[in-house]
Design a binder for this molecule. Structure first.
Ligand code: ATP
Length: 356
């Protein structure tokens, strides 16, 4: 168990910056998730921590000691891959023992640690099986046991659940989280699955194009996104293009004048709206922003309904409504009123580099 610090960690491949000056401070026992779209540099960051990729700049400290120049096996980090990477000809127990033998531990110590690690992932009864005689979820638990057996200071998980089907993913991620808490292991996990990230993390790091966009708890990222990219990546947002006028009003490109929270800087901007923070009704709603519109599209999602509403020729918003038994479902073409409070609309600068 240890604190993990990254200090302006960078990786360049030729002229290409895969990771740009990433600085993170992961507390002892914390579960940190690196989240971001494909190619944003998550895996490269994790592999630099593990020692499999050499940084172009910056430093990595585990427990206060600089490990930047150390080979993987001297860092005492346990890495679990997406592809399990089990040896097919070795039994479950032999797979878990492998890293311990490499470290030249005594035989009885190895046997004790293998038994403990398999007990932790509830696979003690399958220790003599070969990987091909196991399900995907069981194989992933063997890979986890292998990482735990070395009693790592830092546990590193690289999309560990992406080969599992949806139901199993949910089960295994809860198991991993419980085990991590029980052992108090400092953990960094990489995923591009938002729900997975939100479920397990103490804190999340949102990355884009090799850079950290925001670090925070689930609530921080959702309620106070730092920029347009985070507002669109964590949870859903509807974006209205336009500009903030001298009176602090947001005027959309379609000419709608909207009230927004005070303090927005005049100039071109976008307003981000959360679909579930908007209200919809047959008559005016009495909210600070209250606009007539026409329902263009209705998605029936079961627990919720998504409605796409046209507010002007160029302005459309998505409104999410809870699907109540007594509620009438608005129909396409119906005239409705959409409303939201001034502070529900977050204003960001336009043309954010990663807004696409
Ligand atoms: P994914 O979710 O798809 O795994 P990621 O966020 O983990 O994506 P990385 O694997 O860290 O992304 O890659 C970051 C960028 O660095 C990508 O654009 C990738 O093409 C590039 N990259 C990674 N490894 C190399 C390499 N060995 N040589 C050149 N470019 C590389």
């Amino acid at each position: 168990m240890a604190r993990l610090e990254l200090d302006a960690l960078s990786k360049r491949y030729g002229d290409f910056h895969a990771v740009r000056e990433v600085s993170l401070d992961v507390a002892d026992g914390e579960f940190l998730v690196l989240l971001g779209p494909s190619g944003c540099g998550k895996t490269t960051t994790l592999r630099m921590i593990a020692g499999f990729v050499t940084p172009s700049g910056g430093a990595i400290r585990i427990g206060g000691g600089d490990v930047t120049a150390l080979p993987p096996w001297k860092r005492n980090s346990g890495l679990v891959f997406q592809s399990y990477a089990l040896f097919p000809h070795l039994t479950v127990a032999q797979n878990v023992a492998f890293g311990l033998e490499m470290r030249k531990l005594r035989r009885d110590e190895i046997a004790a640690r293998v038994a403990e690690a398999l007990r932790l992932v509830r696979l003690g009864h399958l220790s003599e099986r070969l990987p091909r005689q196991l399900s995907g979820g069981q194989q992933q638990r063997v890979a986890l046991a292998r990482a735990l057996a070395i009693r790592p200071d830092v546990l590193l998980l690289d999309e560990p659940l992406s080969n599992l089907d949806a139901k199993l993913r949910e089960e295994v991620r809860v198991e991993i989280r419980e085990l991590q808490r029980q052992l108090g292991l400092t953990t960094v996990m990489v995923t591009h699955d938002q729900e997975e990230a939100l479920t397990v993390a103490d804190r999340l790091v949102v990355m884009s194009e090799g850079e950290v966009r925001q670090i925070g708890t689930q609530r921080d990222l959702y309620e106070r996104p730092a920029d347009r990219f985070v507002a669109g990546f964590v949870g859903r947002s509807t974006f209205l293009e336009g500009s903030v006028d001298g009176a602090g009003r947001f005027v959309t490109s379609g000419g709608l004048g909207l009230r927004c929270a005070p303090g927005a800087r005049p100039g071109r901007a976008v307003m981000a709206l959360r679909p579930e923070r908007m209200a919809l009704g047959a008559a005016p709603l009495g909210l600070e922003n209250d606009l007539p519109g026409t329902v263009e599209f209705v998605s029936y999602l079961g627990a919720a309904l998504d409605l796409r509403v046209r507010l002007s020729d160029t302005d459309r918003v998505t409104v999410q409504l809870a699907n109540r038994q007594d509620g009438k479902v608005p129909e396409v073409g119906e005239r409705v009123h959409v409303g939201w409070s001034a502070d529900a609309g977050r204003i960001f600068p336009p043309d954010d580099a990663a807004a696409a």
